[in-house]
Ligand binder design. Structure first.
Ligand SMILES: [Zn+2]
Length: 380
């Protein structure tokens, strides 16, 4: 099997996050903590260093810096470089055309502006709006539920006009993807509880299922009207997530609604470990797309290879989109492109060897997934 070479194809990262202003980690635990979704101290301080993702990262960074392949050597090398040069050199080496950035995390005051990232990376940058943060703000600002709904419709009236190319929802790790239709009594009761939290703490963390589900239906109506893509976190995430409720099959009620069919739905993180289920949904619903993320989840080669293979074997490749989900440090944006290009090239090489694709088709599939599909989907 000969892999196909995708190293020259500029990448559209359809889901990532901003870059920290300050690149010097406070300590070794803070650095290692960037490579785990766990909140447990021993995971962050110790065990993360023995994941295949981390070992591979150390080796690739050592090659990049021309230093010894040890954690100490790469961190020393990285700290010697001016922060802007560090960011510039990793992001330019990745060769991006566009970065689609989820503005909901980390807090914006910790991050470089999109225009700075755009200049450093020499690529376009487009923001995406995280809806739960907007909802939380509107709940804090409005004393009645109907007031929140009205304010939400106004805020989402012209999303592209505000510069955003998509919406992003993290309902999977708040109350689950089984988004329902609720009786108004339940919604009002949940709203009262949320408002109490606002009175006590000044803000609310939206985990009130009847309320969040109902506001999501308002959001979907607006998204469908504007044919605006909505990204859903699915599958593997931080310890907040109940993984059973992050299975994308729970979206069935939403996907079955004809009135939402104009809303493209992007299942993030290849729905890992539910990749087959996510790919199945991308096969049966014309508006469902599957994101292939090579940064998060933090996986070794074999699992990245397997999810890529599963996605290609099940879903049309016009429905697959490259991403990193990288957060904060440019190394993850960068190494995801190395992993993504390499693994995609190997899987497509296998497709040629198996007689599923011609060489020309395999090359076109590589360009579609790494670049073109996202450009068409987000109309950017
Ligand atoms: Zn993300």
């Amino acid at each position: 099997m000969t892999p196909i070479d995708l190293s020259h194809i500029p990448i559209t990262d359809n889901h990532c996050h901003g870059i920290y202003r300050t690149q010097t980690p406070v300590d070794i635990t803070a650095w290692r903590g960037l490579f785990t979704e766990s909140f447990d101290h021993a995971m962050r301080s110790k065990h993360v260093t023995t994941t295949l993702f981390y070992r591979h990262l150390v080796r690739e960074m050592a090659t990049f810096f021309g230093c010894e392949p040890t954690e100490e050597a790469i961190l020393t090398a990285r700290q010697k470089i001016d922060e802007q040069d560090l960011i510039r050199s990793f992001l330019r080496a990745a060769n991006f055309d566009v970065l689609f950035i989820d503005k909901g995390y980390p807090p914006q005051e910790l991050l470089l502006s999109d225009s700075t990232v755009s200049k450093l990376a020499n690529c376009r940058v487009a923001p995406m709006l995280r809806v739960e943060l907007l909802m939380q703000r509107l709940i804090a600002e409005n004393a009645t539920f109907s007031g929140v709904v009205e304010a939400l419709r106004t805020a989402l009236d012209d999303v592209r006009g505000q510069g955003y190319v998509a919406l992003k929802s993290i309902v999977a790790y708040r109350t689950g993807l089984n988004i329902r239709t609720w009786m108004m009594d339940d919604v009002e009761e949940a709203f009262a509880v949320a408002r109490n939290e606002v009175q006590e703490k000044g803000s609310v963390r939206l985990v009130h299922k009847p309320l969040l589900d109902t506001l999501l239906h308002v959001t979907f109506e607006e998204a469908a009207r504007q044919e605006l893509p909505v990204q859903f976190h699915t599958g593997y995430g931080d310890a907040d997530a109940d993984m059973l409720l992050a299975n994308p099959l729970h979206l069935r009620d939403v996907l079955e609604r004809r009135e939402y069919r104009a809303m493209p739905v992007v299942l993030l993180h290849e729905s890992y470990p539910y990749t087959q289920q996510g790919a199945y949904l991308a096969t049966v619903y014309e508006n469902v797309y599957l994101d292939l993320s090579y940064g998060i989840p933090f996986l070794g080669f074999h699992e990245m290879f397997e999810f890529t293979r599963a996605a290609f074997s099940v879903a049309p490749y016009s429905k697959l989109l490259y991403s990193s989900d990288a957060v904060g440090v440019p190394e993850v944006h960068w190494i995801s492109t190395l992993n993504g290009r390499r693994i995609l090239g190997q899987v497509l090489g296998e497709c040629i060897a198996n007689g599923d694709l011609s060489r020309a088709e395999a090359e076109q599939a590589g360009v579609s997934v790494l670049h073109d599909n996202a450009i068409h989907l987000y109309k950017y």
